[in-house]
Design a protein around this ligand. Structure first.
Ligand SMILES: [Zn+2]
Length: 588
């Protein structure tokens, strides 16, 4: 079978209608039956999203004559040709969803993920794919794809996977560049924000250099950071030699908020090794037709989060206390979730398509995030290896070895390789560690392991009298065991009712709370403030609520609240051994 040449043209004829016009041309296609497909998901985002829902007006041509195309499934079209020749498909894609994993087109820019726009031709995913971008004059392109020499709007992907793994930003975005090892790094910012471009470029460069030092090389010719600054939250998506990060436009100041921006960037950049190159064999090459399941997302996402913190510490962008504050937030978030004793990390990873990516009010009771627990288990595994090898080895060596053996060659590994590699580096069995903290739901020995590294965790509550002064107390606060939100700016609605809380059987998600001890709850803060200042654990309170429009009342014995003011600090009189472990780990 001859290899056809596949090319796409993307036109923005109707930015105001948010519609991309795509033409796909396949030259020299052999005669026979052929099949076109559109992915149902995009790598890194583990949800079936059925992108064909936004695709319309598909027509086919063979040698410039109409070609009969038959849709045979939600994302599949078939056709037959009688001789060798050129086939062409024209179709349109509606794209008006903002977000790093979405596609968007309006008068300010065009942004797409390839899985939304580009058909794949079965059996020809390994041939080069070419794109021509036909945008308004003056618009610039930012993408991880290679630009074809002397053609500013023509890009080449070595195969379909690379095409799908290279989102494209086109518009009048602000572009900044720096070089590391002679390789060009581009920052492309769409949307207004309060960033300091000089400082941002400098800090991103430090992240790149520190990660390069970790793995010893930069495995790409160029790298592109696409930043979307908007008013709806943060999140990123990793790619082979680019990333898109969505950020709150005003998050570059103050320092505390900027640290979260840097954490996101470090996380996504570290991914170019961990998950894009170091990954189990289910995660590439991809099956775009259905869910792919792996038990290892804790290592792909949780360990990437762990190393985001470590890279920021090693680069000097985080002080020791900045790092420990980040850790404190993680421990506090983790210890609040009853689901940590229900779902193992391995299950959390495997079930991400139906659980983590489809959260509901009861998720905290039944699930644990492989990001959150994965980061803490990464920390424990790192410290355990350091302790057993007297600081000669660490989790760093596990990742470097996996990169050396698999990542650099772009091949996936069987899942069992992970534990085997840890055991090789850690010089002994880690069976018990994997069984307890990854396959089961045992309590994590955070205090003991951190103690061995000269760090103590103090669990306290915010003082009941505290007026944002950060005062803490060893007096437990009273707790109703529910999260509430101020719905429609009118009433308190229950989100999660915690399975380990005193109201678990009495108050449910979506209940509208009306009164506490017969007094109206009329402001969002009324409930927590009154509980905190007037009650103690053990008190009985009466709650009036509406459930499905019917008034009810319940009496609840207040419990002790989970700790909400954890402190993580170096131990002043730590042993020599602990101090040297801390120095090897966090460089103090
Ligand atoms: Zn990630």
């Amino acid at each position: 079978m001859a290899q056809p040449a596949i090319a796409y043209r993307v036109e923005f004829l109707d930015p105001g209608l948010h519609v991309y016009h795509v033409t796909m041309t396949v030259q020299s296609l052999d005669p026979g039956k052929h099949r076109l497909r559109l992915p149902v998901w995009t790598p890194g985002s583990y949800q079936v999203a059925d992108f064909s829902g936004n695709l319309f007006g598909v027509i086919g041509e063979f040698q410039n004559q109409p070609l009969n195309l038959t849709q045979t499934a939600k994302n599949r079209w078939e056709f037959e040709t009688s001789m060798r020749g050129e086939v062409r498909f024209r179709y349109q894609v509606y794209a008006y969803q903002e977000g790093v994993r979405q596609s968007h087109l309006d008068e300010t820019h065009a942004y797409w993920n390839g899985a939304h726009l580009f058909f794949l031709l079965d059996e020809f995913t390994e041939v080069p794919h070419l794109i021509d971008i036909d945008g308004p004059p003056g618009w610039q392109v930012a993408t991880g794809l290679d630009r074809v020499v002397d053609a500013p709007y023509r890009f080449l992907a070595t195969n379909y996977d690379v095409l799908i793994d290279s989102p494209v930003e086109v518009g009048r975005q602000r572009m900044y560049h720096f070089e590391v090892e002679g390789k060009r790094h581009t920052l492309a910012l769409w949307g207004e924000g309060n960033e300091d471009p000089g400082r941002l470029v400098e800090d991103v460069q430090k992240i790149v250099e520190t990660a390069r030092d970790f793995f010893g090389e930069l495995p790409y010719q160029h790298y592109t950071f696409i930043f979307h600054l908007s008013d709806h939250g943060t999140g990123g998506l990793e790619h082979l030699n680019s990333t898109t990060c969505g950020m709150d436009r005003f998050s570059f100041r103050p320092q505390k908020s900027y640290r979260r921006v840097l954490s996101l960037i470090a996380h996504e950049f570290f991914h170019l090794w961990n998950v894009k190159r170091i990954h189990p064999d289910m995660l590439g090459p991809f099956d775009y037709d259905r869910e792919v399941h792996t038990h290892l997302l804790w290592a792909m996402e949780g360990f990437t989060d762990y190393y985001a913190g470590i890279i920021l510490r090693r680069s000097g962008l985080f002080s020791l206390q900045d790092y420990l504050d980040r850790l404190k937030d993680r421990i506090q978030a983790y210890e609040k979730l009853p689901g940590r004793f229900v779902q193992s990390l391995s299950q959390s990873s495997f079930e991400t398509w139906t659980k983590f990516y489809k959260p509901g009010p009861d998720s905290p009771n039944r699930q644990i995030s492989y990001y959150l627990k994965g980061e803490l288990v990464g920390l424990l595994l790192d410290l355990e290896i350091r302790q057993r090898t007297h600081n000669q080895k660490s989790l760093d060596d596990v990742l470097r070895l996996l990169y050396e053996r698999y990542g650099r060659k772009m091949v996936g590994f069987p899942e069992s390789v992970y534990q085997e590699t840890v055991e090789e580096v850690g010089q002994g069995s880690f069976e018990e560690f994997f069984q307890r903290y990854i396959e089961s739901v045992d309590q994590l020995p955070l205090d003991a392991m951190l103690g061995a590294a000269g760090i103590e965790v103090r669990r306290r509550w915010k003082s009941a009298q505290d007026n944002d002064g950060g005062e803490t107390s060893s007096e437990p606060l009273p707790w109703l065991g529910i999260d509430v939100k101020w719905a429609e700016q009118r009433y308190l609605e229950v989100g999660t009712s915690y399975a380990d809380g005193p109201a678990a059987n009495l108050i449910s998600a979506k209940d509208r709370l009306i009164a506490l001890n017969d007094y109206l709850l009329e402001k969002p803060e009324d409930l927590t403030k009154r509980l905190k200042t007037n009650h103690r654990p053990g008190d009985v309170v009466r709650i009036h609520l509406f459930r499905r429009g019917k008034l009810q009342h319940v009496s609840i014995v207040l419990a002790e609240a989970p700790y909400d003011a954890i402190e993580v600090k170096p131990i002043q009189d730590a042993s020599e051994e602990a101090r040297s472990m801390l120095a090897a780990w966090l460089g103090t």
